[in-house]
Design a protein. Structure first.
Lengths: 464, 464
């Protein structure tokens, strides 16, 4: 167990009604007690029972009262970090928060690194690595789906299953390695057919988890939507309208696991990440063609294409465009959006429909500026996303690190199955099983190193 | 006691490691218990002891887990509001915070109004009105001085004294009013000389408190500093330099008792509020003269004048200017600031000094752009502020409402003293004493009405 006692402000930065300063480590109670004067002359914090709250004052060395606070004590090992924890709930003034933190540091506390409380929880065996990662995901969650994924993972959703598989593999590999010791006697302790059944089960489970990453990643990072069309058809106006609806919750994310997500928005629990593009047109200008080439690349990165057409200005090369976009967007959802619909009559609308007879996908009529049917467009996006709903308890991988480890584990377990079919020797078999175990262990943190931990916890906010 | 149960997010808005949702009212425990599943199958929240913490999950009606939380219970009357309080400490995700609040509201909680928790504390007799106001001041405090003032007031600093005086006055006024009942018998129950001693003591105390407002107001709202000078002498550059040093803590104030304070900065625990002004010059242009007139008005509003002179461009009407500014700034601290000092040599500096022989105040040589000696200017400002240091326990009035009530009480108590000297009749005396008592009561909230309360608590943040 770590010998330092850490402290940090754990609530959101800024001024609030109250703020919470958290202290964790062997001297958490001692250091807090040194700056705390209980209201009632009850026993000092040192003798307070675990999971109780005391009212009193925080005082500095000159006995000047800094604030009146509530102090909650948790005792090792029954705490978030597994260490003694003290939570000081003070008035939410920036000045008071800083002052109390300063007093704790004067007593000997160390300012906590980002994610250090959760890292200690992991190191003290209170949770495995994938659960620790889910804590950050939970804090960053901004939709029903991302919240459910994070919570399922934090509550041990898939790491429990991985650990079980891993220990079954360990059983077999031990038997196989025992065989190797009796090499010359040609014994077979490990039942090859049972091993094959297990390996096949494991392969299927890993493949299922690994496949879920596509959905998990889209839910976590948003579904990329490219907005394409000719110049001046109203792409930027539409983008603004789409973004204005529900921006607050997304734009507020900072200091958490991900960088600030701009131009993302949440409809029906699904996050869409909009990609604005340069207008496409038929031109000989080399520079402009470079820009258009980039638009095509963005189309390829997107899952959904919003193809915007200005009803009032149908260009003569609509057919040419239709072809170009369709070619680049193969296999993707295209929604044809007729913009400025308020400016045209019924007749013109029929002409429009005729013009795009070739186009088989969904079409929708809106006015971005007048906000006509933009809600319909949002619904069309939700339908086009084709994401399965995440139910409480569903296990979905949404972490690139886990996905990569699963891919490696999958390759290894497939080699095991292949090896069993080809009757390879125990030493090769053992090596492949060990490799699979290694990658499963990386996910839960049974196998970890400082670099991995630094990468993971460095992205947390301070105070968690 | 109020029949509704209120709830709000009490920590700063945004994402943090943890967030706290507060519930207060007769059904606080019941409503929280309805959405809480304890980890250990211990008694439900309904039977948990006061001041204890329980670990468990918040679940919705479909039994889906929303978050793993810590729930602290406080029981009436031993809580901040005097009612039952439940504090739910959850993961600091915006989604989770909103979701839990939503579940509480589904159970029957009402979203708390700004300051409603503190208002309930006042209405339930947990604190008087001046203490409640100090809670908001404490949250907004951003310097040692403003913090000490708020804390002293919150801990009952001067309301206790006022209440004592008020009850002594009540004693006398009762005796005087008793005399009136025995009107014809010409009795004197109330000892006039003792009353005069008391009234004089009270007059002195109120005068002292009232006088302290000048300091208190400067400390709370900042000392107004006008930056004046001719056009293009570097006023705006200097303002930016002065503001850039320590802006963070000031600019972060929002949603608290005061509006966003712009262009304020904190040096040595004192807040300075800078006022930029239009350049002064001798002109016949009517419009321009209007602007210059506004500059003079700003000089009159300020406590300190920073008079900026460009070393490289001494105008011919320096003497004229000196006279004009000095006339408007009478009784105020003027600091003569020679800017762009890096552009001139020793000789020119001597010429400068000669030019301003008339000027008897402090002078300082800086370069705003090159940041030469700007620290010296900050120190000069701190010295010029001439504010006494606030010590722990010092009673300083910093609230306009209190100041106005004190002024009224002072007028009334002076009429009492005068009346005693002139031997006025008991009924007039009684009326003046009652008036003094009324204004003292307004401060502590013994006398209050919905409008006053609405004004006070409406400026709080939600969740406090």
């Amino acid at each position: 167990m770590n010998s330092t006692t850490i402290s940090a402000i754990s609530t959101a930065p800024g001024i609030g009604g109250i703020a919470v300063i958290r202290v964790s480590g062997i001297d958490a109670v001692k250091h807090s007690d040194a700056i705390f004067v209980p209201k009632k002359k009850i026993a000092s914090l040192l003798h307070r029972e675990a999971n109780t709250v005391s009212f009193g004052s925080i005082v500095n060395k000159q006995d000047e009262v800094i604030d009146e606070v509530l102090v909650t004590i948790f005792r090792s090992p029954h705490s978030f970090t597994g260490e003694d924890i003290v939570e000081i709930s003070c008035h939410g003034s920036l000045y008071v928060q800083q002052k109390i933190l300063q007093l704790l540091i004067e007593q000997g506390c160390v300012l906590a690194q980002p994610g250090e409380f959760t890292q200690r929880a992991f190191l003290n065996g209170k949770m495995d690595l994938s659960q620790a990662e889910a804590v950050a995901d939970l804090i960053a969650s901004n939709s029903t789906a991302s919240h459910r994924m994070a919570l399922n993972q934090m509550r041990g959703g898939f790491s429990g299953e991985l650990m079980k598989l891993r220990s079954q593999l360990l059983n077999f590999v031990s038997l196989i390695e025992l065989e190797l010791d009796f090499n010359e006697e040609d014994v077979e302790f490990a039942d090859r057919s049972k091993l094959k059944t297990l390996a096949t089960d494991i392969e299927q489970l890993i493949a299922r988890l690994s496949d879920s990453f596509q959905v998990g990643n889209a839910l976590k990072n948003g579904i990329p939507v490219a907005i394409v069309g000719e110049t001046n058809v109203g792409k930027s106006t539409l983008l603004n309208v789409l973004l204005n609806e529900d921006k607050a919750i997304v734009s507020d994310i900072h200091g958490t696991t991900r960088d600030v997500i701009e131009d993302s928005v949440n409809y029906g629990g699904i996050t869409f990440r909009f990609i604005d593009t340069a207008g496409i047109r038929d031109t000989k200008d080399k520079i402009e063609n470079l820009g258009i080439e980039r638009t095509y690349q963005k189309i390829e990165q997107a899952s959904i294409i919003l193809w915007i057409v200005d009803c009032t200005q149908l260009s003569e090369h609509m057919e040419w465009l239709t072809e170009r976009i369709a070619k680049r967007a193969e296999g993707k959802k295209i929604i044809l959006v007729f913009n400025k619909i308020d400016k045209v009559g019924e007749d013109e609308r029929e002409v429009l429909d005729q013009l795009f007879l070739q186009f088989k996908g969904e079409r929708i009529y809106i006015s971005a500026r007048e906000r006509i049917n933009t809600e319909g467009l949002q619904k069309a996006l939700v339908n086009a996303s084709q994401l399965p709903e995440i139910h409480p308890g569903d296990i979905v991988v949404n972490n690139v690190r886990h996905f990569e480890a699963l891919q490696q584990a999958l390759t290894a377990i497939r080699r095991v199955i292949e090896g069993l079919e080809n009757g390879i020797t125990g030493d090769f078999l053992s090596q492949d099983i060990r490799e699979c175990m290694h990658y499963l262990g990386e996910i839960t943190g049974s196998i970890s190193n400082d670099e991995i931990l630094g990468n993971i916890f460095g992205k947390f906010c301070i105070g968690k």
